[in-house]
Write a protein that binds this ligand. Structure first.
Ligand SMILES: Nc1ncnc2c1ncn2[C@@H]1O[C@H](COP(=O)(O)OP(=O)(O)OP(=O)(O)O)[C@@H](O)[C@H]1O
Length: 725
């Protein structure tokens, strides 16, 4: 209920065509109200007399100065996006809700579903898919995120495997192969199988994932496994290198999140897997193929035409409720967007997190915060943890440390999940976040697909991605009919993204203006005041709070060389990410549209990083290298003595200082994860808009290199330990 109020508070505000923050008048009015409130409080509290004198002084100073905080100056106008009422397509999660005892599978499976999964009736997609899969035909299943697609195939497959005569044993070898796009999904799917296999101990299921020890997997394959869950890349690796792997008894091949696997460039690997299995079959013998997706794409339809039986059964839950097949999102999900100029992004994000967590102190609140790349996750994790909880990263250099956190009334656990973590690290984060009642998980697109994290209440997309990945990101909440909310941050020049979602994908999004969010900072005013006790200006308006917060954030970033380097890497990674959008999307996300100075400010940087080494951009465009030749300098600071050019083209770079010193000298101090920055900036799935086979091959090489490196380090560590003992 509180959550609902929060939403109502947010969306009931009138939507202004121009940011109110840009209108001095309204800011002044808010300023007066807040001032009055502060004074009233002070009159009733004698202890605060001293403070009142201080505020009055500040007020005097404030009135003399007509200067605007640089954070709010020279921002582009926020375009108005019409809040059109889109007729959205809905899918019902539960169908006839008939008794579990009528499901035509082994009674042990039914009792396990009831006891271990707490399932009282099947979902719509399960009701339709289970009988279809039991017939042995190829099946294509489309249903929205969080509708129970995993069990829709796991139940009938286990039922059919336990029926096989003679009884299936370890030595029978693989009977079913489940292909999924990510390691996390491999693990998650494996756990679902394991839970349901407790009554059938002779059927052995195992995950195969890159990053874990290949030799262990080889050993397990040699001993015999019946259900293999793997990413296509890892399975191909075993096809090439594990002689004991035989597909002669395969009966099921499942493609879960099939569209994503193709999007990630796994088409060749999948083709190879199908060919290897097919070698063992003559024309009459057939293995069943099951394909699942919430968001079928053109590439997927082509794949289906080539690789699945012509008489495949199509199960599309949305078709039952709409005339044409469309992508549907849960109807219990409320989607919002906010258009925020670059410079204001970080303070707006902090304001929004305070809104979620300070307004819901006693309630469960779990948010996924999606960022574009690994480096961006590292940077924001440290910054947000410090601002909200007053905690610093354990690895962080003590030197120049500045504590300014505790803006939250009650600390919130922050975790991160991104592509450059080891498999063990990822699993432990996944498990820890699943158990939390209040927490924020900062993640890349690695968490966008299929992950079933319980009770996620908010999805925040700080960096946009393709509409398809947008749908999967928001699909991590509002699962199985629960309530969920989502917010996407867009830059003023990206406003058309909302129109695309509304018109092409028939989604309804409500607008929140940045100033609605920044108002929250006022309630943290007291806490901010504590931090600014030593400063001349005590923040009294939302604008002042935001400026002070940003100023402190800048001091934090610039407090040590290590943090500056981390911010630089994050900035460069963001630019690379932006430059990697395919031509099709450049009308929305064009690197030329970015105002480098404003972007740098959103990372707390006072000097513009040197982009001449930002290889991926130079390769593509060559514009950075040329612009870096200009030496005319401007230092970005809180007062911005020299105005930053607001022109949205690369010329703006020429008026800013290109900083080269310290770059090489820092390299020795960079921690391992930063040393691989050329690789680690790459989000597991990039921006989801373009990933060629070529780039995938490159990624495979990088993965292989990193894996070997990890193995070498482990061996070294073990040697070290042996020597010690
Ligand atoms: N019939 C059911 N009754 C209650 N809970 C169920 C039922 N079926 C599945 N669930 C639970 O619903 C959650 C979502 O299921 P699942 O992950 O399979 O959804 P999905 O459709 O595959 O989602 P996505 O498209 O995001 O991968 C899981 O926690 C699962 O255990």
């Amino acid at each position: 209920m509180e959550d609902d109020n929060l939403l109502l508070n947010i969306i009931s505000e009138p939507i202004s065509t121009k940011s109110k923050l840009l209108e001095k008048k309204s800011v002044k009015r808010k300023h007066d109200v807040v001032e009055e409130k502060i004074l009233n409080n002070e009159l009733t509290n004698k202890k605060k007399r001293h403070e009142r004198v201080k505020l009055d002084l500040c007020q005097g100073r404030e009135m003399k100065s007509s200067k605007r905080s640089s954070l709010f100056a020279n921002n582009p106008t926020i375009p108005h996006v019409e809040d059109i009422n889109v007729e959205t397509a809905n899918e019902e999660i539960f169908g006839t809700a008939s008794s579990m005892d009528t499901v035509p599978v082994h009674p042990h499976i039914i009792s396990c579903l009831k006891q271990k999964f707490d399932i009282k009736c099947l979902t719509n997609v399960q009701e339709k898919s289970i009988p279809a899969i039991l017939t042995g035909q190829d099946v294509i299943i489309k249903s929205q995120t969080g509708s129970g697609k995993t069990l829709a195939y796991v139940i009938p497959i286990i039922h059919r495997i336990q029926m096989i005569e003679p009884l299936v044993r370890r030595e029978t070898g693989p009977i079913a192969i489940v292909l999924v796009p990510t390691k996390e999904l491999v693990q998650q799917t494996y756990e679902v199988f394991q839970k349901l296999l407790t009554s059938f101990v002779r059927i052995v299921c195992s995950p195969l994932v890159g990053g874990s020890n290949r030799n262990h997997e080889k050993k397990r394959l040699r001993r015999g496994l019946n259900i293999l869950i793997s990413t296509p890349g890892r399975l191909c690796d075993h096809i090439d290198n594990t002689q004991s792997l035989s597909f002669k008894n395969i009966q099921f091949l499942i493609f879960d999140e099939a569209d994503k696997m193709l999007d990630m460039g796994f088409a060749d690997a999948i083709k190879k897997i199908i060919q290897t299995i097919t070698k063992h079959f003559d024309n009459e013998k057939h293995f069943q193929r099951i394909l699942l997706s919430a968001t079928p794409t053109t590439a997927l339809n082509e794949f289906v035409d080539i690789n699945l039986n012509k008489n495949s059964l199509r199960i599309d839950i949305s078709e039952e409720f709409n005339e044409e097949s469309v992508i549907t999102v849960p109807k219990t999900l409320k989607q919002m967007f906010t258009i925020v100029p670059s410079k204001l992004r970080l303070v707006t994000l902090i304001g929004f997190l305070l809104k979620i967590f300070n307004n819901n102190e006693k309630k469960k609140a779990k948010a996924l915060l999606f960022l574009a790349t690994n480096d961006l996750v590292h940077f924001h994790y440290d910054v947000i943890n410090t601002i909200l909880n007053g905690e610093k990263d354990d690895d962080m250099d003590e030197q120049g440390d500045l504590q300014f956190g505790h803006l939250l009334n009650q600390s919130v656990k922050l975790l991160r999940l991104q592509g450059d973590m080891t498999h063990q690290e990822r699993t432990s984060v996944f498990n820890e976040f699943s158990k939390l009642t209040r927490g924020i998980l900062l993640c890349t697109n690695v968490a966008a697909r299929g992950l079933d994290l319980p009770s996620v209440t908010w999805i925040i997309q700080y960096h946009p991605t393709s509409p398809i990945d947008y749908i999967h990101r928001i699909g991590r909440t509002a699962r199985l009919g629960s309530i969920g909310r989502s917010l996407i941050f867009l830059l003023p020049n990206e406003a058309e993204y909302v129109t695309t979602l509304q018109e092409k994908y028939k989604m309804s999004l409500k607008s929140i203006t940045p100033d609605d969010i920044l108002e929250t900072l006022l309630s943290s005013c007291d806490k901010l005041k504590q931090h600014f006790e030593t400063r001349t200006v005590v923040p009294k308006t939302a604008e002042q709070c935001a400026s002070s917060l940003h100023h402190h954030f800048e001091e934090y970033v610039n407090g040590s060389e290590e943090r500056i380097e981390q911010a630089r890497q994050a900035y460069l990674s963001f630019i690379r990410y932006y430059a990697s959008f395919s031509r099709e999307w450049k009308y929305l996300f064009h690197v030329k549209n970015l105002h480098r100075g404003h972007v740098a400010k959103s990372f707390g940087l006072k000097q513009l990083p040197d982009e001449s080494n930002n290889h991926s951009i130079n390769e593509r465009k060559g514009t950075f290298a040329s612009s870096s030749k200009t030496n005319k300098s401007t230092i970005l600071n809180e007062n911005e003595t020299i105005e930053i050019n607001d022109k949205k083209d690369d010329k703006s770079i020429s008026s800013l200082k290109i900083e080269k010193k310290n770059h090489s000298s820092m390299s020795n101090n960079i921690k391992p994860r930063q040393r691989f920055r050329n690789f680690s900036h790459i989000s597991e799935f990039g921006n989801g808009l373009e990933l060629t086979t070529k780039s995938n091959k490159k990624k495979d090489k990088i993965d292989e290199f990193l894996e070997k490196k990890r193995e070498r380090n482990t061996i070294k560590r073990l040697h070290g330990r042996k020597k010690q003992t």
